[in-house]
Design a protein around this ligand. Structure first.
Ligand code: RFL
Ligand code: PHB
Length: 385
């Protein structure tokens, strides 16, 4: 496994449970990956997977179960009730999931080579694939049967695939998100996704005393021009609706995230397999990045187990096909949420009316509502390996 993010850690966790030996190589330090603030929402089946494989206890203790979410437009809040499909999501930070998976690996006697960087992947189309890496200033080599590149969007795994094999599909959005973490109790016990004439806003949270909020912003936004008071004023305007008041507090982190959709096909060549952000990314509007990475890990673990323990190579051969059938639906949903909720400066008055009609359809008709909920809580991943 190259990379100790959610994809690599979950893959290693599932293979270890099945008795398959794994080696994990991670460029950064343990404390860096355990404190990297990213995603926050776990789909129903991803949360169930953590519980079923023995790494869900802390999530259930300190995470929040959400049985619905809210979409705000034209000043009216619309609640989508997940319980109508018997589902929920968990609000639990990605870095906490990473901590739990690292702890489980160490307890199981496994190792993670931190501050070790893969510099080359060789011979993956032959019978003896090799990974070259540096660790504590030394150059080392590792012969392996399978190489899983779980090394994120800028990793060496995808870059090592033969250029004439890979087809890329890409969309960059003409805006970003200005995200903050603040010492402020959540203003509501569920999320609010707000479509406003001034741009999108999202109300989320990390704990009973910390709020996570986002504002759509131009890509060239200079954080220096966004003092705390301006951020709170803008959030108050975009999230306003009857009976709501925004809790404010000291902002202790500000960042800007660009928005992009991307898929590389295929996700494998010979004995090299890509999982997670290494193969695809989504804009965060659908809360899918982490969930998609974990689902790839489950599909890859099932296929590796089928090949090595059940002598059935077919599932591994079909890895790309199995993943992409899910991934393109996730790409579609993330694109849909982004299209529905943001302000597009090139939109005509006609486009804006269509956007409103679409929002109205998704929140106010049973079919539209069910479609949105079904995707938000997560498409099926299948049996836990
Ligand atoms: P990760 O988590 O990027 O992990 C890849 C790991 O590989 C290591 N690595 C290497 N190690 C050794 N040798 C090399 N040559 C290596 N090259 C790379 C890296 O150090 C890293 O530890 O990928 P993974 O596992 O696929 O997980 C994907 C998720 O992390 C990602 O989809 C989400 O976090 C995306 N994302 C968000 N998703 C959401 O659903 N909601 C969010 O609010 C949200 N916020 C975010 C995000 C991603 C961000 N990034 C990537 C810039 C906010 C940010 C800032
Ligand atoms: C977050 O809490 O960071 C979060 C939640 C939902 C999203 C994106 C980010 O869609």
């Amino acid at each position: 496994m190259i990379g100790a993010g959610p994809a690599g850690l979950m893959l290693a966790h599932l293979l270890t449970r099945a008795g398959i030996e794994t080696v994990m190589i991670e460029r950064h330090s343990r404390s860096y990956v355990e404190n990297r603030i990213r995603a926050g929402i776990l789909e129903h089946e991803v949360a169930a997977l953590l519980r079923e494989t023995g790494v869900g206890a802390r999530m259930d203790e300190v995470g929040f179960r959400h049985d619905g979410t809210n979409i705000l437009f034209d000043g009216v809040l619309h609640r989508l009730d997940f319980a109508s499909l018997g589902k929920h999501v968990m609000l639990y930070s990605q870095h906490e999931v990473v901590r739990d998976l690292i702890a489980a690996r160490l307890v199981a006697g496994g190792e993670i080579l931190f501050e070790a960087e893969v510099t080359a992947i060789e011979n993956f189309n032959g019978s003896e694939p090799r990974v070259c890496f540096t660790h504590h200033g030394e150059t080392r080599e590792l012969d392996c049967e399978i190489i899983a590149a779980c090394d994120g969007f800028h990793g060496i795994g995808r870059a090592s695939l033969p250029a004439n094999l890979v087809r890329e599909y890409d969309r960059e959005y003409p805006f970003g998100w200005l995200g903050i973490l603040a010492e402020a109790p959540p203003s509501l016990d569920e999320l609010i996704y707000a479509n406003h004439d001034r741009g999108f806003a999202l109300l989320s949270m990390r704990s009973s005393s910390v709020s996570r909020l986002y504002l759509q912003c131009p890509l060239d936004t200079d954080l220096a021009e966004w003092p705390d008071s301006r951020i709170w004023d803008e959030l108050s305007i975009r999230l306003a609706h009857p009976g709501f008041s925004l809790n404010t507090g000291a902002i202790f982190q500000k960042n800007i995230t660009p928005m992009r959709s991307y898929v590389a096909e295929p996700m494998q060549s010979g004995r090299l397999f890509l999982a997670g952000d290494a193969a695809h990314i989504v804009p965060p509007t659908g809360a899918k990045g982490l969930n998609a990475a974990v689902a790839d890990a489950v599909i890859l673990a099932r296929a590796i187990i089928a090949q090595f323990l059940d002598d059935n190579p077919e599932t591994l051969r079909c890895y790309t096909e199995t993943c992409l059938a899910r991934i393109w639906k996730i790409e579609r949903f993330s694109w849909l949420m982004t299209s529905l909720l943001h302000r597009f400066d090139n939109h005509s008055a006609f486009d804006r009316r269509i956007q409103r009609a679409e929002l109205d359809y998704y929140v106010n008709t049973p079919t539209g509502g069910t479609a949105l909920i079904e995707n938000y809580v997560g498409l099926p991943i299948g049996a836990v390996p």
